[in-house]
Design a protein around this ligand. Structure first.
Ligand code: NAD
Ligand code: UGA
Length: 469
């Protein structure tokens, strides 16, 4: 029986390995992590992440050929293939701070593999890493090898949160990069054999190591670039009377452009787009390519501009002050169908409004009060470092309340901001909300969720990103 071990039981490691276990009953899969609470949650009925369809997959294989454990060394020792899916946050200090990825977690995983291994291993980069990371990992492993042979593969993950299970069941492609040596090709084949249990062969792409590493950064940069492009146009739409959803539709009908990923928003969030573009920018700078670096930097600048623009719109519409006013925040997660708040635009928007002394009442169907308070206190880029898994500090933001009831959140509010596109926001009783709000009652829709005409009929003053005012 082939044995797989995955180091890192997070948003990628957990779902990816659960699907491999489900699709490959002949493979034993162990997912290990240094976080005891995360592993306990994976072994309980309350999984540590909310992801549609994940519970069913885990229930079907857990205890059969899927195991979650903190006994990292034992499972690494036994494995034939080791996936490394640890976090690769942006560095907060030192060389490359604010841009370069912090590979501390990756390096410590590699050193541990070298320490405990007694047989040949295939080590798979699942985390998103800078180009040439495989070379560094090879050095660490080979210089500590005690005669053991390692093959490093790059197998970046393309799943999106909220649709992770669907994406894993039916991926557009699986990408495997490896050395162009006979041993490298054999390792690629071994990993191909795993995916071939359910992924059609023509969707499994093989490349050299550096192309695979760079393709992951490039794919995220392209996706984020589309959003920044449409968000930049949303500002022009508001200035000219064009409607950004009509423009997106018309542009996306061109089959060379395609309709997906053209929804204007308050800005993109999530743990990866910004981090991976900064990573790309840093690599370009280190390779003496400042023009290329500046090109990609603009994608992030436009995203920051979009979030600021939204805050400015709220404040200026509400007579240039939100001081002491109650503003309801509907949605805090970075997108619908996830409880993940990493780099969510809601953090910057809330901080902006708090800076203008607003009182916020926040509702999100999947995000806890502790998480929201932690996010609002934390410094930029600190969220991905384990220190923040520590209990909350007593300095919670006083102007913020969090409730599980959307009608309570909006009661007596002067304005409401929709920051996540949860489906339930489409069907709220907006008449009831209007009746219980201060007048004039403002709606700021950062996700094109509401029917603007209907809300205006009720009496709201409505601002919706990219729509005529
Ligand atoms: P995560 O923070 O949810 O999970 C990482 C886990 O690794 C944590 O539970 C942490 O405790 C654990 N860990 C860190 N160091 C460890 C060590 N030395 N030994 C054992 N466990 C250790 O992160 P994630 O969202 O799963 O992302 C992981 C990687 O995958 C990142 O590089 C990310 O860029 C990439 N990625 C993420 C997504 C996504 O949707 N979240 C999609 C594609 C790629
Ligand atoms: C993204 C990519 O889609 C995945 O392919 C990739 O594997 C992953 O990053 C990663 O490397 O972590 P994810 O961040 O989970 O996945 O979610 P997306 O659906 O890409 O959304 C990212 C952000 O962009 C969200 O805030 C979303 O609301 C926003 N978005 C998305 C828009 O504002 N407009 C759109 O048209 C699409």
């Amino acid at each position: 029986m082939v044995k797989i071990c995955c180091i890192g039981a997070g948003y990628v490691g957990g779902p990816t390995m659960a699907v491999i276990a489900l699709k490959c009953p002949s493979i034993e899969v162990a997912v290990v992590d240094i976080s005891v609470s995360r592993i306990s949650a994976w072994n309980s009925d309350q999984l540590p992440i909310y992801e549609p369809g994940l519970d069913e997959v885990v229930k079907q294989c857990r205890g059969k050929n899927l195991f979650f454990s903190t006994d990292i060394e034992k499972h690494v020792y036994e494995a034939d293939i080791i996936f490394v899916s640890v976090n690769t946050p942006t560095k907060t200090q030192g060389l490359g701070a604010g841009k370069a990825p912090d590979l501390t977690y990756w390096e410590s995983a590699a050193r541990m593999i070298a320490d405990v291994s007694k047989s040949n291993k295939i080590v798979v980069e699942k985390s998103t890493v800078p180009v040439k990371t495989a070379e560094a990992i090879e050095k660490i492993l080979r210089h500590n090898s005690k005669g053991i042979k390692y093959q490093i593969l790059s197998n970046p993950e393309f799943l999106a949160e909220g649709t992770a299970i669907q994406d894993l069941f039916n991926p557009d492609r699986v990408l495997i990069g490896g050395r162009e040596t006979p041993e490298g090709q054999m390792a690629i084949q071994a990993l191909k054999d795993v995916y071939a249990h359910w992924v059609p062969e023509d969707r499994i792409i093989t490349t050299n190591l550096w192309s695979a590493e760079l393709s992951k950064l490039a794919a995220n940069a392209f996706l984020a670039q589309r959003i920044s492009s449409v968000n930049a146009l949303s500002a022009l739409c508001e200035a000219t009377g064009a409607d950004v959803s009509q423009v997106s539709h018309a542009v996306g009908k061109d089959s060379r452009i395609g309709p997906k990923f053209l929804n204007a928003s308050v800005g993109f969030g999530g743990s990866c787009f910004q981090k991976d573009i900064l990573n790309l920018v840093y690599i370009c700078e280190c390779n003496g390519l400042p023009e290329v670096a500046n090109y990609w930097k603009q994608v992030i600048k436009v995203n920051d501009y979009q979030k600021n623009r939204f805050v400015n719109r709220v404040v200026s519409s509400m007579f240039n002050t939100v001081s002491g006013k109650k503003i309801a925040i509907l949605g805090f997660a970075f997108k619908k169908d996830t409880g993940d708040t990493r780099e969510t635009p809601a953090i910057d928007v809330c901080k902006g409004l708090l800076g203008d002394k607003a009182c916020l009442s926040i509702y999100d169907p999947q995000v806890t009060e502790d998480q929201i308070q932690r996010d609002l206190i934390m410094k930029k880029f600190d969220w991905d470092h384990p220190i923040h898994l520590q209990p909350m500090s007593p300095t919670a933001v006083k102007q913020v309340t969090v409730t599980w009831d959307v009608y309570e959140a909006t009661k007596d509010a002067h304005g409401l901001c929709i920051l996540t596109e949860w489906d339930e926001f489409k069907t709220l009783d907006y008449q009831r909300i209007f009746d219980n709000m201060q007048k004039p009652a403002f709606v700021f829709d950062g996700r094109s969720v509401v029917n603007v005409d209907k809300l205006r009929e009720i009496g709201f003053i409505v601002y919706s990103i990219g729509k005529p005012l």
